[in-house]
Design a protein around this ligand. Sequence first.
Ligand SMILES: Cc1cc2nc3c(=O)[nH]c(=O)nc-3n(C[C@H](O)[C@H](O)[C@H](O)COP(=O)(O)O)c2cc1C
Length: 164
Amino acid sequence: MATLIIYYSLGGKTDLVAKTLAKHLNGDLVRIHDMKQRNGIKNKFLSSINAFRETKTTIVPANVDITDYDTIYFGTPTWMGNPTPAILTIIDRCNLRGKDAIVFATMDANRGDTNVKRLEEKVRMRGARVIESFTIATKGKAPEQLIKDTEAIIEMKDLKMYRR
Ligand SMILES: Cc1cc2nc3c(=O)[nH]c(=O)nc-3n(C[C@H](O)[C@H](O)[C@H](O)COP(=O)(O)O)c2cc1C
């Protein structure tokens, strides 16, 4: 049961969560980069609108080969209660038929639940079976706390059950 974690992170929080998952679950990691400038107040405002409208974006890598994996995690920050354009863009390019999916979202404090609901819908549309989902609040948390919170979720959700 090979595990792959595909994620997008702007500020590094989701990156830390994804790396903690990979370490404990023996998973491989693919970080998706958004070629659109997302930093700065104006760009963040526009990014919220892009997320709300589910606008696609230019990503690197443009595609991910998921052939060898049975369980695929998709992780993203929450932008205006929605998944980010980068993660939706890659999900739409993956054929997930026959795959198990676990989706997760980081957030400051709220609307991560609407984000993961939408992620679940999107991966199901691509053919996946959703086996788990979770959110992690990141606001004001030191990296050590974020690692601890992620480890707590691994235990609580028994995520090691799905690793290779
Ligand atoms: C454009 C934008 C919109 C956001 N919208 C929300 C939101 O609706 N709810 C929330 O709790 N956090 C929101 N946040 C905060 C991020 O989801 C949160 O800080 C996340 O953990 C950042 O992950 P990252 O460091 O991997 O980019 C938003 C951040 C940005 C940049």
